[in-house]
Design a binder for this molecule. Structure first.
Ligand code: FAD
Length: 393
């Protein structure tokens, strides 16, 4: 039986000794997130922090050690997260491998697939992207048309994906393809391939925020070994849905905001100042912030319960939709408040003082939160049908 108090004090001491000072600063822009991969763009401290955490398996603390994880129990994982939050430590590695593909491989992958891919995800060596959406398959994902034709020991994949986040920077893709036209959901397979394969190309799409985080992805006679198919042929929809639950859980985490302190309130105080009673001087903004804080605390408590239920296998399968809906709405409100608190200065778009317009760009980016990973309307439909059991239209 592990002594959790001892684990906490050891963890605290280790984090204190190993988390570089730069990695305790708030994340201000996209560049502050570390994604690893074959062609990383490390900022000072990022590689050191990622490697130190990976050496203990703490980029994926609750994965088994055999696959590069830390083998921590849920209670230890929670302590690690709390201790990281206490020193405002940044997430050492942002990764669709960790938040999406990993859980799907742990459930559906073969032992070879797990040993091949999971340790590289844990060490940040391979960056993954998600090839689900197509020009005619978004909310109605199962109508996807990218085809995988049987060619013996491999498939020949043709078609187009769209909105593929960071496809131009990713090393590998997990991709939904059609292996049969006999059935809509029952004709889909889940395959993995290297983005450097012959026939794969990407074209970035520019967003309103000025960033270009996603692409159109084209597959032109791409050879994909059958050994790279996860789960049975035509059973990819099971893997896809399971992964989507984890994606929605990850996106809902946006509602929790950054770790440590309260940058929103601290920022409002810095810009607007306090009245002589020591309260934020703008009463309307103060009321909005108070309401937001109450909702935020309720969401944090609900998230903790949800994660515990998920780990215990007791979560309702539609619960990630509820969390995703509320978490993304909360994150959008947070950034509205950051803009309100910042006044006209918060609209500054390019200057060095504004960190290249970090605030307005982040605010505009949140507009996509209620679309990515499945739109809010679709999440509400799922909650209505599967949790509230309301009759369909
Ligand atoms: C920032 C961002 C990153 C993304 N990254 C990826 C990625 O990495 N990989 C990937 O595969 N995809 C990605 N996507 C795509 C995303 O999953 C889709 O945009 C999303 O599923 C919606 O599909 P769509 O854009 O085709 O919209 P549509 O499905 O065409 O929906 C259009 C509108 O109709 C509404 N609607 C549709 N069906 C219903 C219904 N049944 N009931 C009520 N309303 C409905 C929707 O809510 C929406 O408002 C990303 C999207 C964004 C914004």
């Amino acid at each position: 039986m592990i002594d959790l108090d001892q684990f906490r004090s050891d963890t605290r001491a280790w984090l204190e000794a190993n988390c570089p000072p730069e990695m305790r600063e708030p994340v201000r822009s996209e560049k502050d997130a570390c994604w690893g991969g074959r062609n990383p763009d490390f900022q000072p401290g990022q590689k050191e922090w990622m490697d130190s955490m990976a050496s203990r398996g703490w980029t994926v603390p609750d994965w088994p050690t055999a696959y590069g994880g830390g083998g921590l129990s849920p209670a230890e994982t929670k302590i690690l997260r709390e201790e990281m939050a206490a020193i405002r430590a940044r997430n050492p590695l942002n990764s669709f491998g960790i938040s999406m593909l990993g859980p799907a491989l742990l459930k559906y992958g073969t032992e070879e697939q797990k040993l091949e891919h999971l340790p590289k995800i844990a060490r940040g060596e391979i960056r993954w992207c998600q090839g689900y959406s197509e020009p005619n398959a978004g909310s109605d994902l199962a109508s996807l048309a990218a085809s995988a034709e049987d060619a013996g020991d491999h498939y020949i994949v043709n078609g187009q994906k769209v909105w593929t986040s960071y496809a131009d920077k990713a090393d590998w893709i997990f991709c939904l393809v059609r292996t049969s036209k006999e059935s809509k959901q029952g004709g889909i397979s889940f395959v993995l391939f290297d983005m450097a394969s012959d026939g794969v190309s990407t074209k970035p799409i520019l967003l309103i925020s000025g960033y270009s985080p996603f692409c159109e992805t084209f597959m032109d006679n791409v050879k994909v070994p059958k050994a790279n198919r996860v789960h049975d042929e035509n059973k990819g929809w099971d893997v896809a849905k399971y992964l989507l639950g984890h994606e929605r859980e990850m996106i809902s985490g946006m509602g929790l905001g950054s770790t440590g302190g309260n940058p929103l309130i601290e920022g409002a105080i810095a810009t607007i100042g306090l009245n002589d009673r020591g309260e934020l001087a703008d009463p309307l903004l103060r009321a909005s912030l108070a309401l937001f804080e109450v909702r935020s605390k309720a969401f944090t408590a609900m998230s903790e319960r949800f994660i515990d239920e998920l780990k215990a296998g007791q979560a309702h399968p539609a619960q990630p939709s509820m969390m995703k809906y509320y978490g993304t709405e909360l994150n959008k409100t947070r950034h509205e408040l950051v803009m309100s608190a910042g006044g006209s200065d918060a609209l500054e778009w390019e200057s060095e003082a504004s960190a290249g317009g970090a605030k307005p760009r982040a605010w505009l980016r949140t507009k996509a939160n209620s679309i990515e990973g499945g739109t809010s309307e679709v999440q509400l439909n799922i909650v209505a049908k599967r949790i509230l059991e309301l009759p369909g239209a």
